[in-house]
Design a protein around this ligand. Structure first.
Ligand code: F6R
Length: 600
């Protein structure tokens, strides 16, 4: 989703800003822009489309050493050059970039900007016009900025330039993430540390309703009331090489291939010296103490949560409900007496999940976030965090974060079972090591999976995925993966539910991918595959060693039945990847999608 960068130093700002925006491309955007400031004023460049287009439009002779930049994912107003950020106030004195959504923008316009003509359709422009409005009333820029932010309802991360002061960037945030990076005689601003690793790995985190006055040699954090706040910086544990593609053609393929290493990394991180699970005692107690667990997540993380429910209920004997974050707030179930909320989020920034977290905190309930980004909003604001240790996930389509989430959920389930005295013979660390090996066997079979994609998905309009039990949850994920990057209409269905309607969609040659990796439903899902074949479907069955059959398209190595989703999803990820490639789609940056969905 939208990204922000800012730089104030001694070097060519335009180049640093453009490079920063390129690092944020993976989050999804539809237009981009930069503003560079020097003694002569602000130069503004913005374009609809890719950063490469913006780069071409930037004046090579622009020499400013400070500026701000933005990638926009349209919410208010269509993707266009006019709506792209930065936006300027009518007298051109102020220039702003903004992430988030200002909910009361029309009300603010009515109250304060009746006679101001707006140039864009965005909520963002209201912010910059308000700053100008309050500055015209005689306020200093800092005071006008603070006053403006105090009126905003909704979410914002924002950076502002003042034409009359080329040595300052003003930033502010509420609900949307924003960091200030520190270096010698140089300071930067970024909505994601990755964008500015090119300059520094030392960052200061901002809290909601804070502003920062960023100069070359000084950074001052204040509350909206103007009180100074001091905060220690931290070193981002990110290696710039983690976010490079290396020799891979796409991040998605690299991240699919990384899954065996991620699982081994998780084993190491969650193992103590006695080869048993190492988990924070407080988390253990919180889970044990709960009478019901509510898992809240969106998209792929929600699919991991569906598997997590099965794992925790089966292994730890504790009731779990998994909910779609965006629905939970508007359709809240009756809660048990002692609920524990588990938020699953790769980015830790998903606004829908955060909305639920804010609400359940107000109700006084405990929360645990399972995330790939420990310093993220959902991690900071929940009572506890479990890290998925998957490393930065850059491709918009989530792959390694999903399998990592399920691995951590399995560890949590077993730890809860042990702590609660539930007898069991399942050793998750040992079984996860077998999973990592099985994943490797599958990532070595790219040629045959590419062949499946070519044969089944090169020209089709739609595709169905069917499975039962946990295979069904993996089918939902397989279908999501395929539709988001190849734009084939794909749906995952419970095998037994097909004949209650969906089977009407099966025509001659319709691809149906079946999963049969759970022994107790092996025969029944094979029966469902026969039903679709007799109506003309083109079947592709993915089964598991030990109960495979002649004619199965792919046989995956045997792993423990609780952990099959971690392995069975790999062929689906690879088939989606190759299908998108064969259809000429932009795998890492699918249309309309954003990596970190920071608006509701
Ligand atoms: C799909 C995908 C999305 C995310 C969803 C939640 O490949 O990546 O469906 O899973 O937007 O994001 P997080 O996990 O960051 O909360």
């Amino acid at each position: 989703m939208c990204g922000i960068v800012g730089y104030i130093g001694t070097e060519d700002a335009k180049e640093i800003l453009l490079r920063g925006l390129e690092k944020l491309e993976y989050r999804g955007y539809d237009s981009a822009g930069i503003a560079v400031i020097n003694d002569g004023g602000v130069s503004l460049f913005k374009e609809k489309g890719r950063i490469a287009t913006l780069r071409d439009s930037v004046d090579e002779n622009e020499q400013g050493t400070a500026g701000i930049g933005h990638t926009r994912w349209a919410t208010h107003g269509a993707p266009s050059q006019v709506n792209a950020h930065p936006h300027q106030s009518n007298n051109d004195r102020y220039t702003i970039v903004h992430n988030g959504v200002i909910e009361n923008y029309s009300q603010l316009r009515k109250e304060h900007l009746q006679n101001v003509e707006l140039t864009s359709d965005t909520d963002t422009e209201i912010i910059v016009q308000l700053v100008e409005h309050f500055a015209k009333e005689g306020k200093s820029t800092e005071a006008a900025f603070r006053k403006t932010l105090s009126l905003l309802k909704g979410s914002y991360a924002t950076a502002l330039l003042d034409n009359e002061d080329p040595d300052t960037i003003y930033v502010g945030k509420n609900k949307s993430p924003l960091l200030v990076g520190l270096a010698d005689g140089v300071n930067v601003v970024a909505s994601d540390a990755m964008a500015m690793l090119q300059v520094t790995n030392e960052f200061v985190e901002l809290m909601d309703e804070e502003v920062v006055i960023v100069k070359r040699d000084k950074v001052t954090i204040k509350t909206l009331d103007g009180l100074e706040v001091s905060r220690d910086s931290y070193i981002a544990e990110l290696d710039a090489s983690d976010i490079e593609k290396g020799t891979y053609p796409h991040y998605m393929l690299k991240e699919i291939d990384e899954q065996p290493y991620v699982i081994r990394n998780i084993i190491t991180k969650y193992k103590d010296d006695n080869d048993t699970i190492k988990l924070d005692e407080d988390i253990r107690e919180a889970v044990l103490d709960a009478d019901r667990i509510y898992v809240i997540a969106a998209g792929t993380s929600y699919h991991a949560g569906l598997v997590g429910k099965q794992l925790i209920e089966k292994i730890a004997n504790k009731p779990v409900e998994t909910h779609i974050a965006s629905e939970f707030l508007y359709n809240m179930p009756l809660l048990s007496e002692k609920p524990l909320f588990i938020f699953i989020s790769q980015s830790g920034e998903t606004a829908d999940s955060r909305g639920v977290l804010v609400n359940i905190k107000e109700l006084g309930h405990k929360s645990l976030t399972i995330t790939n980004v420990p310093g993220s909003t959902l991690s900071r604001e929940a009572d506890y965090t479990l890290h998925t240790y998957a490393g930065p996930e850059i491709a918009v389509a989530s792959t390694k974060a999903y399998t990592a989430q399920m691995a951590v959920l399995a560890i949590l389930a077993v730890d809860t079972a042990h702590a609660g005295g539930v007898e069991m013979e399942f050793d998750p660390l040992q079984e996860l090591a077998i999973v990592a090996n099985a994943m490797e066997t599958l990532t070595d079979q790219k040629e045959s999976l590419e062949q499946v994609a070519r044969e089944y998905l090169s020209v089709t309009r739609n595709c169905f995925f069917i499975g039962r039990a946990m295979d069904y949850h993996v089918c939902l994920e397989g279908a999501l993966k395929l539709k988001e990057i190849s734009y084939i209409q794909a749906e995952g269905f419970a095998g037994g539910e097909l004949k209650h309607g969906t089977i009407a969609l099966i025509e001659e040659g319709t691809p149906v991918i079946g999963l049969a990796t759970q022994e107790h439903v092996n025969l029944s899902i094979r029966g469902n595959m026969k039903e679709v074949v007799s109506r003309g479907a083109y079947p592709c069955l993915i089964s598991m060693e030990g109960f495979e059959d002649e004619g199965d398209a792919i046989v995956i190595p045997r792993v423990h039945e609780y952990l099959t989703p971690l392995v069975s999803v790999l062929p689906l990820q690879l088939i989606s990847y190759y299908a998108a490639l064969h259809r000429g789609c932009d795998v890492d940056k699918p249309r309309n999608l954003a990596k970190s969905v920071t608006v509701e």
